[in-house]
Design a protein around this ligand. Structure first.
Ligand SMILES: *Cc1c(COP(=O)(O)O)cnc(C)c1O
Length: 414
């Protein structure tokens, strides 16, 4: 950052401070990760300079020879990695990607269905404050009150009554595997488009530790910065099943992204995504994805031994949702206290939470970022101990903070 330090020391200083913070704290928000230096170099490149409205070979501006080659390379890598016939790599992020899916498949006012936010679903799957519920008739499903698992029969009943045009599967706080085949059966019973939003689990799908939705769903949307470990951004894929249902679907998605919703794509991000997709196609990434899940399971087991209550009793993916009501601390207070000790997690509602969203009963945590740093099961045991001490005894915050620093120094950022 030699130039930046000279030209703008204020910004350089903040980046330095944030770098130091990331080096010394445990990043355990399940939607976050640490990118590679190669991804960041591409993201910080000159590819940010030009407009590239349109698609490779069909642009509106001149001078795009290399941008065309780059976007084509990125698309081909996405198609190969996820085994899909069509990919659009232009969405600015996960939410705009989902907007494009709505725009490609529904008219305003039509019925759509997805998992409710307090049950683990995402805002863009039809939550009331979001465009997805304001512009469409949103009917939501949830999880079973006893098991907190998706009750596929309950979903079937809701869908059969609502007859949605578009149905979402995917979540931000669901620690279990999705049964894509069952959702497809339900979607087919009413002729709905089925979209899998794998924002959280894309990296796990690539690593083979979560079943791929590709053989079952029509559309796959994802972010590229969570377990996939790329730059912030979004991506939409159309499957063979999607093209069978609607031969125009790939064209409709492309048209919805541009000119439907967006102008010029952020091509520096597309460059960084291409790098990310190359990295994700290596055996090392498969090993990484497997370790993410092994670590989450190890952390879950250790926390259970320490008396913590886990929603659904454990995890099968990268994240854990804890119900803290038996620990006499709110999710918000735990969030603040853990942050003081350098353990970064987030407060989170639990299904059927008796407490309000700004003071929920739970916390959510995950292993993608600390696994990128090379931590394994042994460190998960240590971290579970840290979390337990901080939650049981407020006075331990400083002492644990020092131990967190020592641990982090042993596992440098990429
Ligand atoms: C994170 C996430 C998104 C949205 O991504 P942004 O990049 O924050 O807009 C969409 N869907 C799911 C399931 C997510 O977890």
């Amino acid at each position: 950052m030699a130039t930046l330090k000279k030209e703008d020391p204020q910004v350089a200083k903040l980046i330095e401070l944030e770098t130091e913070r990331q080096k010394t704290m445990l990043e355990m928000i399940p939607s976050e990760n640490h990118t590679s230096p190669a991804v960041r170099e591409a993201l910080g490149s000159i590819m940010t300079d030009k407009y590239a409205e349109g698609y490779p070979g069909k642009r509106y501006y001149a001078g795009l020879e290399y941008y065309d080659k780059l976007e084509t390379l990125c698309i081909e890598r996405a198609k190969k990695l996820f085994k899909v016939p069509h990919a659009n790599v232009q969405p600015y992020s996960g939410s705009p990607a989902n907007m494009a899916v709505y725009m490609a498949t529904c008219n305003p006012g039509e019925t759509v269905t997805g998992m409710a936010l307090p049950m683990g679903g995402h805002l863009t799957h039809g939550w009331k404050v979001n465009f997805s519920a304001k512009f469409f008739n949103s009917v939501q499903y949830g999880v079973d009150e006893k098991t907190n698992l998706i009750d596929y029969e309950a979903v079937r009943k809701i869908v059969e009554a609502a007859k949605p045009k578009l149905m979402w599967v995917g979540a931000t706080a669901y620690p279990r595997i999705f049964d894509w085949a069952k959702f497809r059966e339900i979607a087919d019973s009413v002729g709905a488009y089925l979209a899998a939003d794998i924002a959280h689990i894309a990296g796990l799908v690539v690593a083979g530790v979560h079943p791929s939705p590709v053989p079952y769903v029509h559309i796959v949307s994802t972010t590229t910065h969570k377990t996939l470990r790329g730059p912030r951004g979004g991506m939409i894929m159309v499957t063979d099943e999607g093209l069978k249902k609607d031969p125009e679907l790939a064209k409709k998605i492309d048209k919805a992204v541009f000119p439907g919703l967006q102008g010029g794509p952020h091509m520096n991000r597309v460059a960084a995504l291409a790098v990310c997709l190359k990295e994700a196609s290596t055996p090392a990434f498969k090993k990484y994805g497997k370790q993410v899940v092994k670590n989450a399971k190890a952390l879950a087991e250790e926390l259970k031994k320490l008396g913590f209550k886990l929603i659904t009793g454990g995890t099968e993916n990268h994240l854990l949702l804890l119900d803290l009501r038996n620990k006499n601390i709110s999710g918000s207070d735990a969030h603040i206290r853990l942050e003081k000790a350098g353990i970064i997690i987030n407060k989170n509602s639990i299904p059927f939470d008796p407490n309000p969203p700004f003071k929920p009963s739970g916390i959510r945590m995950g292993t993608p970022a600390i696994t990128t740093q090379g931590m394994k099961e042994k460190e998960m045991k240590i971290i579970a101990g840290f979390i337990n001490e901080v939650i049981s005894d407020e006075k331990s915050v400083f002492k644990i903070g020092q131990k967190v620093k020592t641990l982090c120094r042993k596992f440098p950022l990429p």
